[in-house]
Design a protein around this ligand. Structure first.
Ligand code: ATP
Ligand code: ATP
Ligand code: MG
Ligand code: MG
Lengths: 464, 464
């Protein structure tokens, strides 16, 4: 006899931690560091604050491998009335918007708490003061897994005499430092290289303290929230936009106001092709009319391309500086492509190539993958970036040897990165994105070809 | 200013279809076929019904690529009062139990509906009659995404004069048949090869009808639901078991009754090591006592290994017959390992090797991956099975050439398969499982080595 039951999203991710990157104790430690650091960076640079992020990982139990992870940032803090849900309710987030952020699921830090609660019983602690607040708030909480609600063990606040703003979180985890050490250092270092405006401090369980100093005070332009692009809209999105309308728009005003890249003429053309009258109230559209509209919008070829306002690239200069710093190569080239879109989401691909110098030769290039400024460290071979690099014939660019000193960096930034899993480690193969990755790498590789031709020419001359 | 919001699980998976295998229209078609076929097989062979599964995929729109997918089975059907939730509520399932089933998340068919609703507006249709029922029930429904609840468009029932039992579902999807054709045929064929007791019929959009006849009436022993194994228990699981207790057990009876492999002596030893009195009522245990118990249970080495009752292997005979049928090789070997456990979940790894004959030589073996009798077709390179096959030095088994005709089949069965994503295409690298895969392949490969040595010896003799 089959027994039917429904479970909460907290129960679902608790039962299946490998779906959120917690597949074993060493990955769990890594994932806990990266999810909290990404939250701290989203709370700073996007809000024009020069990030100062302090990470401490201390072993607090000599028998059991229990660690205390503390992350402190100088970010915008969290309003006290939403703190319990922000940390205690799975699928709760301030990043469900159309804007490039590192976070996107409303899961990250909750997955850390779910894992923390599995093997030890100290609650999660958070201290926060929203920017401009005159109080510092302090909470101890856990997740009530079957209900997907926070359980508050302690709540207090004190005056904030120094005007400090930011967030300090403390979580206790059973982990495996020795096996995750190298990946955690790689993550911090690769984050730092491309965030020269940020300072990081990392104290590891062996007591080593590494300080990564700020190199510049120049922040990148923060991404802005934008409206959905009509290219790749779907029926349920349209229904959702209609259901949450604040005004009694007719369908023509609805299209113009609720989407980017639709002006009066475009709206009229779309409605004509869909056979829908412009004066129809948006809330009165039938399912069939909505379906027709979506069909027309998906095929319409004359939309302005999506706005890059929602995106924040690294830029060719930063990629070049970063590759030079890490690899001391003989040549570097970088390319930032124009904005494109997939399923209504704007995206930009950037690529960088470094060759020679101190790069160790190997059979396959060193591939550095980034998405929304996050370094991707695991699951390399299932990433679409890897697939593209593998399919490139490097001999066409002048590389003759079986072993060659080459680094390929690829950065995908988007209002929605299509990760293969909620653990955010590799990018799914979406056709529009795969194409752009290929063009970006080929474009940077053409510079490599010119460099190798020039170098060969100089060697031939020297021989005569 | 950050705007906070919570979303339903339906909204979460609708926004992120790539997390459930719907990353593009061709994969969406594949995923829709495989999720529904797996539901039909779970509704038959586990319940000692010889499966008859009919799949029809028809193109119903010549302009838009809209397909109608219909799956009919002779399974146990679905009770009418749970039909709306079974298809209309994300995270609703009858497989949240400790027993080997193909389904496990409570997501599969709902993901099909979510995708169906994105690009076309016909509702989902289901016709079902539970085994023994004298009525046939008919529903038309959709998912209300923001609420994660079913919307019922139509509900009716008629008498069931023939005593038919089973389920027929019909769903409309925008897809890409030409790009998914080969994968869908591969999925059906690889499912059929290892389910000789099942018959399949498949009508594709080009009108081709393929009939896969039943070869035997002998069904495998169905897996039974078991209690959790104490090895790898965690704090939240213990709390959940205590919270859902039907009797006022003391902690000793709780351990004996709620877990497999714990008898009176074992329970006493565990309680002694944890410093918890045997007569403590289970519901009165403190967080600290629960934490201590979990710590002791994870380290305790004298538990009986987990029961294989919850599992259902293919068996060496079936693997051998299947490989012979498909590849007509010169030799076949198969190995079914003993049950092990990870995180409290029993699992068994089986491997099969086929060499020579009609197998085309290539640089890397053909790898056929299975989990809980499901063929895994995508994401090969990120699978732990691939990782193990790649790390094996095949020359140690007598393979000298650069190109060789070799097939490696690996089947993982478990009460919980640790997939890397909810799209169920590749297995995460859990250490205990990786070890068992390695031992199973090496053991089957030793037979290959003996065969190649024997063959070489015969060739040498013929030369003299
Ligand atoms: N250090 C922090 N400073 C400010 N706000 C924070 C911080 N950490 C978490 N938050 C808030 O809590 C919310 C939930 O964080 P969580 O990591 O669970 O989800 P997310 O970052 O929105 O998405 P993702 O699951 O992709 O990480 C965030 O959206 C953010 O508003
Ligand atoms: N053809 C069918 N016959 C009988 N029951 C079915 C059938 N299809 C679905 N069900 C029921 O509906 C439930 C939900 O199906 P769904 O595919 O969403 O989840 P699942 O199979 O339990 O897990 P998964 O997400 O891993 O597939 C199943 O657990 C099963 O009880
Ligand atoms: Mg986050
Ligand atoms: Mg299913």
């Amino acid at each position: 006899k089959e027994r039917f039951a429904s479970i909460s999203p907290a129960e679902f991710f608790k039962r299946n931690p490998e779906l959120v990157g917690f597949s074993n104790p060493s990955r769990a430690l890594y994932q806990s560091v990266r999810e909290t650091v990404e939250n701290s960076l989203d709370a700073t640079d996007i809000h024009l604050i020069l990030p100062s992020v302090k990470v401490s990982l201390d072993r607090i139990d000599l028998e059991k491998e229990v660690y205390r992870l503390t992350i402190e940032d100088n970010g915008i803090g969290i309003p006290p009335q939403v703190v319990p849900n922000a940390f205690g309710k799975v699928l709760y987030s301030s990043k469900y918007t159309i804007r490039q952020t590192r976070g996107m699921y409303g899961l990250g830090v909750k997955a850390v708490l779910l894992y923390s609660q599995m093997y030890q019983d100290r609650p999660f602690e958070v201290q926060t003061s929203p920017r401009g607040s005159n109080r510092v708030y302090y909470f101890k909480l856990k997740i009530d897994i079957s209900r997907n609600e926070p359980i508050i063990f302690h709540r207090s606040s004190i005056e904030n005499p120094t005007g400090w703003h930011g967030t300090i979180i403390t979580v206790y985890l059973v982990g495996d430092w020795l096996r995750s050490k190298q990946k955690i250092y790689e993550y911090i270092k690769r984050t730092y290289i491309l965030s020269p405006y940020a300072e990081f401090t990392f104290r590891d369980p062996e007591g080593n303290i590494t300080y990564y100093p700020r190199v510049t005070n120049k922040l990148p332009r923060p991404p802005e929230e934008v409206k959905p692009h009509p290219y790749g809209v779907d029926i349920e999105l349209l229904k959702y936009l209609i259901a949450t309308l604040r005004y009694q728009y007719d369908v023509r005003s609805f299209l113009i106001n609720e989407f980017q890249s639709i002006g009066e003429i475009t709206a009229e053309e779309i409605l004509k092709q869909a056979g829908v009258s412009s004066s129809t109230p948006a809330s009165k559209l039938t399912d069939d009319q909505i379906s027709k509209l979506v069909e027309v919008m998906k095929k319409y070829e004359k939309f302005r391309p999506p706005s890059a306002d929602a995106l924040s690239t690294l830029g060719e200069e930063l990629i070049t500086i970063g590759l030079n710093k890490v690899f001391s190569p003989d040549m570097v080239s970088a390319e930032t492509r124009k904005p494109k879109a997939y399923q209504g989401h704007p995206f930009i691909v950037e690529a960088g190539i470094a060759y020679g110098g101190a790069i160790p030769p190997s059979e396959f290039p060193i591939v550095l993958r980034y998405a929304n400024k996050i370094p991707l460290v695991y699951d390399e071979k299932s990433d679409v970036i890897w697939k593209v690099v593998e399919e490139i014939d490097w001999r066409r660019y002048g590389i003759e040897e079986n072993q060659f000193p080459l680094v390929v960096l690829v950065h995908l930034c988007s209002t929605k990165v299509p990760y293969k899993s909620a653990g955010k480690e590799s990018i799914a193969d979406v056709e529009e994105i795969e194409k752009e990755i290929k063009f970006a790498i080929m474009s940077a590789a053409r510079q490599l070809r010119l460099f190798l031709l020039e170098r060969k020419k100089q060697e031939d001359e020297r021989k005569r």
